[in-house]
Ligand binder design. Structure first.
Ligand SMILES: [Zn+2]
Length: 295
């Protein structure tokens, strides 16, 4: 994927919370530090001095290395590989802004740019306290995308979907959920799901997810037209990611067999097919996954 050049715009909508623990205390602080300061006060020590020592030499647990961070480095310290990944995320986010601003304008609507939050391990959002274990997600309540950058390592190693465009696809899919939110689709589906049986509710979730894949494809189509970002192999790389995180593959990996009724995201074949349809047509009207009988 072509993104490194200075001519590529970087988005200012990235909110970096990697150095902040979900409680709002800066990483490296936390309860452990508070207890040590209290003990220092009780023993008549100088908490200021102790804090300084702590900063240079954090106790175990207070400031472990971040995912992908060098061992022994304080959590939140810049790590060149991760900083490059952040730069990459800013470029892709800017690409989604440019494409969706223009497509919304053509529909006579206003696209409100979402924030993208970088976090480590766990995060607090309008959707509650969430562990990074669930993977990247979009929260309609605060209109923000949440990503722990270590997911990209997982995408490579655990899901065998390497490549920058696979990483871009992950963002484009979450932004697809934001587009659904802006178009009022998420609300409608949410209302329907609250009245549906579990099986029906799962089926609605699949339709919502496949539409987000379709919208990721629509983004790729227009990003290519506007900026020529796609290089040979890129689309295959995105398709590999869509397929790897299809429910059938995830279930096979987790329990060795597949239960289609329990799908909430769609199969590998469905996910790649809808992404491709979006990429080929570039036409948002072609992506009504709620009307079609053929998912
Ligand atoms: Zn999704």
């Amino acid at each position: 994927m072509r993104w490194r050049g200075e001519d590529q715009r970087r988005s200012d909508n990235v909110e970096d919370r990697r150095g902040i623990s979900p409680g709002g205390i800066a990483a490296g602080g936390g309860i452990g530090t508070v207890i040590i300061v209290v003990i220092a006060l009780l023993l008549g020590g100088d908490p200021q001095k102790l804090l300084q020592q702590l900063a240079n030499n954090p106790p175990p647990g207070a400031a472990g290395p971040g995912p992908g961070g060098p061992r022994g480095a304080p959590r939140g310290a810049p790590n060149p590989a991760e900083e490059e990944l952040k730069d990459f995320v800013r470029v892709v986010l800017a690409d989604t802004e440019d494409v969706w601003l223009s497509l919304f304008q053509k529909m006579g609507k206003t696209y409100e740019e979402p924030k993208l939050v970088l976090f480590r391990r766990a995060v607090d959002s309008a959707c509650g306290f969430t562990s990074a274990a669930v993977g990247p997600f979009y929260c309609p309540g605060d209109a923000k995308v949440y990503i722990d950058l270590s997911f990209y390592e997982e995408l490579k190693r655990k899901y065998h979907a390497p490549g920058e465009f696979a990483q871009a696809y992950v963002i484009a899919h979450e932004i697809g959920h934001h587009v659904q939110n802006q178009l009022g689709i998420s609300n409608k589906v949410h209302a329907l799901r609250s009245r549906a049986s579990e099986t029906e509710s799962n089926a609605l979730s699949v339709r919502l997810e496949l539409q987000a894949d379709f919208l990721a494809g629509v983004w790729a189509h227009h990003a290519q037209k506007m900026k020529g970002i796609i290089e040979p192999g890129d689309i295959d790389s995105a398709l590999r990611a869509a397929s790897a995180i299809g429910d059938d593959n995830l279930q096979r990996q987790a329990r060795g067999y597949v239960v289609p009724e329990s799908f909430t995201h769609g199969s590998a074949e469905q996910r790649t097919r809808w992404f491709k349809k979006g990429f080929q047509t570039g036409d948002i009207r072609e992506g009504d996954t709620f009307k079609t009988d053929q998912l």
